[in-house]
Design a binder for this molecule. Structure first.
Ligand SMILES: Cc1ncc(COP(=O)(O)O)c(C=O)c1O
Length: 384
């Protein structure tokens, strides 16, 4: 029998095309800056997650270069072989001191940290409870894990409480800030609702660096210390990679058994060195968070009367369009007017809630937001 892969691939691609949901990879120069260019054209970028404007910060690029001079390019091996350097050890200590955990276990990405954690921790008799809007990396890891996964309605405490099983080991997983909606989880209430009946894991990819005193994230802001905290370095840190913050015993357990840790090359030491420098900048440069607050005020004043506006207290500003074709048309119209704003469609968000995912960064100016508001009004009219 001929393998069916070719047919499967072509069918999936044409179905996605017919549904108007094809995603296109674009080569962008400056996707990590406010001003980006695509071919000959340039745009104001409202799409990246570099919330504090660190991705191109000179102190950070200098730190990475110093790290390269000091440690060379790659790490050479997985952490338990020879890939764990003083730069990795320094990063772990800085994270533990900052966030108040005994251990930090480093991963190449948030996606792999989430998978590693759920795969390693959960077994067959366990119950995994996830917020319905958790990131794809968490939902997919939960589906593939050995546990029985149930999803509770978004931020719905009573639904969560009903699902907590007293007969089974239970892990509750939520995000600090939801990536596509920009709202926060009610962490304090979730902790109270759980009331020692389960472990709590928080993925704070979008809250760390941005919220809380010294940028210490959603959990510190809420006065909660989850059993497991995942922080990622690809957003406010302006870099990439992730860490699982946990107890000494859990750290030892992950180091022994997490396959994504044991069987994967450690991040380059120069990168660990740069991430440590980013922690220092995040803690010391409060002005970046203050700037985000100022920009948020400007945004709220200008956008709050528009149909589709959603109030959030984070730099993630979803603007709901509803129909996915129209979301794409509005984004294309904005594009024509010199703005780079991404249309987010199913399956990333639920059917009928396609949106523009507008992100503010400390590198924007108020004027950029004024210009975006004018262009959005025009684009909404033109794409009726
Ligand atoms: C909530 C959340 N968790 C995890 C990830 C994955 O992190 P990374 O990009 O480091 O793989 C993302 C990325 O978008 C995210 O939004």
């Amino acid at each position: 029998m001929m393998p069916a892969f070719k047919h499967r691939i072509n069918t999936a691609l044409s179905q996605r095309e017919k549904a108007g949901l094809t995603r296109n990879l674009k080569t962008l120069d400056g996707g990590n800056r406010v001003q980006l260019s695509c071919g000959e054209q340039s745009f104001i970028n409202f799409s990246n997650n570099d919330y504090l404007g660190l991705a191109c910060d000179k102190a950070l690029t200098d730190a990475w270069q110093q790290g390269l001079k000091r440690y060379g390019a790659g790490s050479g091996a997985s952490p338990l072989v020879t890939g764990f350097s003083p730069a990795h050890a320094g990063l772990q200590s800085a994270l533990c001191e900052w966030l108040g955990y005994e251990r930090a276990v480093l991963f190449g990405s948030g996606f792999s940290a989430n998978q590693a954690l759920l795969f390693t921790l959960l077994s067959k008799e366990d119950v995994l409870l996830q917020d319905k809007l958790n990131h794809a990396s968490l939902i997919e890891a939960g589906r593939l894990s050995d546990a029985r996964m149930k999803r509770f309605k978004h931020n719905d405490l009573s639904h969560l409480s009903r699902l907590i099983s007293t007969d089974h080991n239970t892990l509750v997983v939520t995000e600090g800030v939801f990536s596509m909606d920009g709202d926060k989880a009610p962490l304090k209430q979730i902790e109270q609702e759980i009331d020692q009946r389960a472990w709590l894991m928080v993925d704070d990819a979008h809250g760390i660096g941005v919220l809380g005193a010294y940028g210490s994230g959603s959990c510190h802001l809420a006065g909660v210390k989850p059993d497991l905290l995942v922080v990622t370095f690809g957003k406010a840190f302006g870099l990439s990679g992730a860490a699982v913050m946990c107890s000494e015993a859990t750290g030892n357990y992950l180091t022994q058994f997490a396959r994504h840790y044991v069987y994967s090359t450690a991040i380059p030491p120069s990168q660990a060195y740069a991430i440590t420098c980013a922690i220092d900048i995040i803690q010391r440069q409060q002005w970046r968070r203050d700037k985000l607050d100022e920009l948020a005020q400007v945004y709220d004043e200008l956008f709050c009367t528009l149909d589709g506006y959603v109030a959030t207290s984070t730099p993630i500003r979803p603007f709901i369009i509803g129909c996915s074709e129209r979301a794409v048309r509005v984004a294309a119209e904005l594009n024509k007017q010199g703005f780079w704003v991404t249309a987010i469609r199913p399956p990333t968000v639920p059917e009928g809630s396609s949106r523009l995912r507008i992100t503010l960064t400390a590198a924007h100016s108020s004027e950029h937001i004024v210009q975006l508001a004018q262009a959005l009004k025009r684009s909404l009219e033109l794409s009726q």
